[in-house]
Design a protein around this ligand. Structure first.
Ligand code: FAD
Ligand code: SF4
Length: 330
């Protein structure tokens, strides 16, 4: 067992201050942090517990914005009537993530910030090369087992798939995260989560001491008319093989697509906005052939390897099915 110091913050500012000390990590629900500590991948010297901080777990929906406090538990957000009404894709992405027990503990910011990882990353025994765990050591997955690894946004250094569901829906609908700390700012989730490039160990835009305090999503017609479809190897408690967050605004007679939002999960190194699909749908008839043709563009630029080429077929089908299901939604 490795010793570490445990600090319980009594406010966001003290938490940010305590979190800026080298070797410190925040603990929210702890569902992924403690798991990675147990397998020896995360080895913080200090943990600052933020899970109980007051005022950071609110859920508000008004005419312009869906605002979710960083520490709101996944299950509470998934079941919230205003979220289900104004942002169905957000609620559905959360209710299909992990298990009920994990969702009751885990926070929305912790969910967005979970590590982009694979089985080799979790193997801290020293037998598996991993540029993310040990920069410069190589990537065991590229010539190893990579059936569930990414086909989009990969690099020669890392092909791990971003595992979260919520962030896929957030990226589709232009969500932002509010960050407090030395460089207080608001950043689009799409820019906040990085592709691996030659530094897969750097996954997001935070520096030590910076705390995510809220997630905000602009209210829109496509958000209200949205869904999240997740396809996986088993029906629950499983990461996505491919997923899609979609939203549409249709003409009053339902015949024309005025606006479309599409993002993919389970196939890329970060939540993947499919703007080419959106552009191909805009102004077109709501028609199966049109939707299937546009959905094929979801995997433009994909770099599949020997075992994960099936994702180039699966992902467009998931996008098309999610979009076609929208016809039945009010
Ligand atoms: P923690 O474990 O407390 O923290 C996670 C990371 O975020 C840490 O690095 C922490 O320092 C940092 N952090 C947390 N909050 C903040 C903040 N406010 N500001 C700055 N940094 C912060 N997820 C899915 O989306 N889909 C799945 O299908 C899925 N399946 C799972 C299956 C299993 C078996 C497990 C264990 C997890 C699964 N997960 C899945 C991941 C799960 O949803 C995450 O573990 C959870 O959301 C993390 O939230 P947390 O509050 O427990 O984060
Ligand atoms: Fe590590 Fe990324 Fe390679 Fe997995 S895919 S072994 S996380 S470098």
């Amino acid at each position: 067992m490795r010793a570490f110091a445990y600090l319980r913050a009594d406010g966001a500012d003290p938490a940010a201050r305590d979190g800026s000390v080298a070797g410190t990590r925040f603990l929210a629900g702890g569902t992924t942090m403690l798991d990675l500590m147990k397998c020896g991948v995360e080895r913080p010297a200090r943990m600052v517990d933020i899970g109980h901080l007051d005022g950071l777990d609110g859920i508000e929906v008004d005419a312009g914005t869906v605002r979710i406090g960083a520490l709101a538990r996944m299950s509470r957000v998934a079941d919230h009537p205003d979220i289900r009404r104004a942002a169905p894709a957000l609620a559905e992405s959360l209710s299909q993530a992990a298990s009920p027990q994990v969702r009751n503990m885990a926070t929305v910011a912790g969910n967005v910030l979970q590590r982009t990882r694979c089985a080799y990353f979790r193997d801290a025994s020293g037998n598996a090369r991993c540029n993310k765990r040990l920069p410069g050591s190589g990537c065991a997955a590229i010539d190893g087992i990579h059936r569930n690894h990414a086909i989009l946004g990969t690099s020669d250094a890392c092909i791990a798939t971003y595992p979260g569901d919520l962030a896929v829906a957030l990226v589709a609908f232009d969500a932002t995260v509010r960050i407090e700390g030395p460089r207080a700012r608001t950043v689009r989730v799409e820019d906040f989560l990085r592709m691996p490039g030659d530094r897969p160990d750097i996954e997001h835009d935070l520096v030590p001491g910076e705390l995510v305090t809220a997630i905000e999503v602009p209210v829109s017609v496509p958000l209200r008319r949205s869904r999240y479809l997740k396809v996986r190897d088993r029906a629950s408690y499983e990461f996505a093989a491919a997923s899609a967050a979609v939203g549409v605004e249709l003409s009053p007679d339902g015949g024309t697509i005025w606006e479309a939002r599409v993002a993919l999960g389970g196939v890329a190194t970060r939540p993947w906005r499919a703007r080419a699909v959106e552009a191909a749908l805009r102004g077109q008839p709501f028609d199966e052939a049109v939707i299937r043709r546009a959905s094929a563009l979801a995997v433009a630029g994909a770099r599949p390897l020997a075992q994960n080429a099936h994702k180039t077929i699966l992902a467009p089908r998931v996008v098309a099915r999610a979009l076609l299901d929208m016809e039945a939604r009010p």
